[in-house]
Design a binder for this molecule. Structure first.
Ligand code: ZN
Length: 160
């Protein structure tokens, strides 16, 4: 059964509130994670708790249980002069920046104008309702190394 410090292998299909497919993992290319480590969104982790191999479930998560609400304060307009002169800035580019209090956010460039760059520090799926259709393919004990790293290793897991 899925519980803290188990490595879980899943197949899933993720769609948003509009029914648009956002992501999937299948049996041939499953998604692995370490349960209880915050590697996946909190609402999904809660819904999977106690499920066994072969079990399937449809889970709908409000934004707060997924990637969070859209935070308008993370949509910023910055002067081009804040970026290195020789940097070629294009929409879709990502970079991380300190937003104060030592917290780092990944920002995505939304729009580029002559003197101003519009950037967004929200997760691309922030504000989205998430529908997961999941099947548990495998559950095993995590190794000590995986527990100390806070993620799963091996096929489908974290590679160093
Ligand atoms: Zn590791």
């Amino acid at each position: 059964m899925i519980a803290k410090n188990k490595v879980v292998s899943l197949s899933y299909c993720l769609t948003n509130g509009g029914g648009e497919e956002l992501d999937r993992a299948d049996r041939e290319n499953p998604f692995d994670y370490l349960h209880g480590s915050g590697q996946i969104v909190p609402g999904l982790e809660r819904a999977l708790e106690g499920m066994g191999v072969g079990d399937s479930k449809d889970v709908t998560l409000a934004p707060k249980d997924g990637y969070g609400e859209l935070n308008p304060a993370l949509k910023l307009k910055v002067g081009r002069s804040n970026f290195p002169k020789d940097m070629d800035i294009a929409p879709g580019m990502q970079f991380s920046a300190d937003v104060g209090s030592g917290e780092t956010h990944v920002f995505t460039v939304d729009r580029v104008e002559e003197e101003e760059i519009y950037i967004d520090g929200n997760h691309p799926l922030a504000g989205e309702t998430l529908n997961f259709s999941v099947t548990v393919l495998d559950v095993r004990e995590a190794t000590q190394e995986e527990i100390s790293h806070g993620h799963s290793h091996g096929e489908g897991g974290h590679h160093h």
